[in-house]
Design a protein around this ligand. Structure first.
Ligand SMILES: NC(=O)c1ccc[n+]([C@@H]2O[C@H](COP(=O)([O-])OP(=O)(O)OC[C@H]3O[C@@H](n4cnc5c(N)ncnc54)[C@H](O)[C@@H]3O)[C@@H](O)[C@H]2O)c1
Length: 334
């Protein structure tokens, strides 16, 4: 049921059995990893709200029979569904959204409805709840937009480059205003290219690492948009789970904070291909295509803030994470 290689380090000191958690988007990649952590450490109750539009029941199938797990199929665009999902909950981690820059470029209306209206529905229901102690939500490195400054540091954002980036910026603005006007306690985690087990490669808007791993395991040439010198601060999913758990429980935080979740490294797509060749003992070359609209050329995070406020330390750096995820894809045959 649990991946023995992950979540062996507890990132909390509290007794989780005393609390009820809502994980929106909990059938998705990051959400289902948060669910795994919470259940592994004996959370009192874990409720997942997901409409399965981009998530997979396989990601949570193993947990279905547990008495402290509950799957609620529903849409965050529905106000009543959000209220029902929050009933009796102590802590919320809001992961549900439509990810992917290209998806938002081809359908900005639906990205807006899910990522902004849906976010506001959850935030407003949190505000109205008497029980809820804190909501952590998935923000994004895309909020740094066209800023050329490296590393990316909180407070030094540029202009958004895609409808997706706009939605994630608006989430932060709403959370900030709710903290000032209503005292709602929220923490936004700006994820930098998260990868790891349960991230699906077989999806038109899949991310680069699952696509490349899939190609390598099938001995196919992966496509690279641009010259391959595009760089990212690739972050293994256990680090994102750690950030969520610490952000849910850490004391002495302002009513609203945003912080980067990353490793503070910079890896180019060409060096990713090289590493995959070494790990897999293969000699596969990439197929180079034109650059994609809305993509940021370079990304690398400053993680001073999260280290200082949450005592976050990446548990898995890039190469270890890559080996781990390749083994997982091999084993799961997904
Ligand atoms: N993966 C990354 O690198 C990354 C980077 C930055 C930010 N994020 C953000 O982190 C969060 C989780 O990302 P992920 O990679 O796990 O994506 P994912 O698509 O695997 O997970 C999102 C989940 O939300 C669900 N969902 C979508 N629309 C919904 C709706 N209307 N109602 C209920 N559920 C809905 C999907 O079915 C899916 O299970 C998202 O908010 C995403 O924008 C991810």
């Amino acid at each position: 049921m649990y991946n023995n290689n992950l979540y062996n380090t507890p990132y909390h000191t509290e007794d989780l059995s005393k609390y009820k958690f809502l994980v929106t988007g909990g059938a998705g990649f990051i959400g289902s990893n948060i669910v795994e952590y919470l259940l592994r450490y004996n959370a009192g109750h874990v409720r997942v709200l997901d409409n399965l539009s981009n998530g997979y029941i396989e990601n949570i199938q193993d947990f279905m029979a547990l008495p402290n797990f509950e799957f609620m199929e529903g849409d965050i665009r529905n106000v009543e569904t959000c209220k029902k999902a929050l009933n009796g909950i102590d802590f919320v981690t809001h992961q549900a959204a439509l990810g992917s820059v290209p998806r938002s470029i081809s359908d900005p209306i639906t990205s807006n409805e899910v990522n902004i209206d849906g976010f506001l529905n959850i935030l407003n229901s949190v505000k109205e709840s008497k029980n809820i102690k804190r909501m952590v939500y998935a923000a994004s490195s895309s909020t740094y937009g066209d800023s050329k400054v490296l590393p990316k540091v909180e407070g030094n954002e540029g202009k958004p480059l895609s409808p997706y980036a706009v939605t994630k910026l608006v989430n932060e603005l709403y959370a900030d205003v709710f903290s000032q006007v209503y005292g709602t306690h929220t923490i936004g985690l700006r994820y930098f290219n998260i990868f790891g087990p349960k991230q699906n490669p077989n999806n038109p808007y899949a991310a680069v690492i699952p696509i490349f791993c899939d190609a390598f395991l099938k001995n196919q040439q992966p496509n690279i948009n641009g010259d391959g010198e595009t760089s990212r601060d690739f972050t293994f999913v256990e680090n994102a789970v750690q950030a969520n758990i610490r952000a849910l429980f850490y004391d002495d935080l302002q009513k609203h904070e945003v912080m980067n979740v990353a490793c503070g490294d910079q890896v180019t797509l060409n060096s990713l291909i090289k590493m995959l060749n070494v790990i897999c003992d293969k000699n596969i070359t990439a197929n180079y295509l034109p650059e994609r609209l809305g993509d940021v050329k370079h990304s690398k995070a400053d993680i001073t803030k999260i280290k200082s406020l949450l005592k976050y330390e990446p548990e898995f750096y890039f190469q270890r994470g890559l080996e781990e995820v390749l083994n997982w894809y091999l084993k799961e045959n997904r």
